[in-house]
Design a protein around this ligand. Structure first.
Ligand code: PNS
Length: 167
């Protein structure tokens, strides 16, 4: 349980795939929250490498912290948050380049639901260059991403791209 035990927060994202950056944020967020709902976007209209169920399974295997739930979501984030009794949306910021996108989303979410506050955590410096997009690109091209993702993700990426590399 975190320092504000009554706080229910949502940590939304694509998590395609989960990275060490995500896990670091989840671990740090649990120190602040009573319940942290990691909300995995179902990406019905986006091209995802892993199905939402696979992403949840990877997150569950890589994380064993009390007070964390993993849930697939679609539709509006603020509706999902309200349905789960969350008053806070948590997001990570790596560099200034993240700021504009995050600001836009935070302001849109505030306009849609003024009672839900977005709180940002700075990513750990060791993960500040790590993104799911780049991890996928590097793994697809045969590069080593072992220090950037949990073991289970590394394994699944290897399985996924093995066929491509053997072509
Ligand atoms: O990991 P990502 O891809 O940066 O996460 C983006 C996410 C899932 C947080 C964002 O796309 C989202 O909230 N989607 C749900 C739809 C929604 O509520 N859109 C309006 C909010 S700006």
């Amino acid at each position: 349980m975190g320092i504000t035990n009554s706080l229910v927060a949502v940590f939304p994202g694509s998590f395609d795939p989960p990275t060490n950056g995500h896990l670091d944020l989840i671990a740090r967020a649990t120190r602040l929250t009573g319940k942290l709902i990691v909300a995995v976007l179902s990406n019905e209209n986006k091209q995802a490498l892993f199905a939402a169920e696979e992403r949840i399974a990877m997150l569950q295997e890589a994380t064993s912290l009390p007070g964390v739930e993993f849930v697939i979501f679609d539709g509006l984030l603020v509706d999902f948050a309200a349905k789960h009794g969350a008053t806070v949306i948590l997001r990570g910021i790596r560099a200034v380049s993240d700021y504009e996108y995050e600001l836009q989303m935070a302001l849109m979410n505030r306009r849609l639901s003024p009672n839900i506050e977005t709180i940002f955590l700075m990513s750990g410096e060791e993960n500040s260059f790590v993104s799911s997009r780049l991890v996928k690109e590097v793994a697809r091209l045969g590069g080593d991403v072992s220090g950037m993702v949990p073991k289970v993700v590394h394994r699944r990426l290897r399985e996924r791209f093995q066929g491509d590399l053997n072509c």
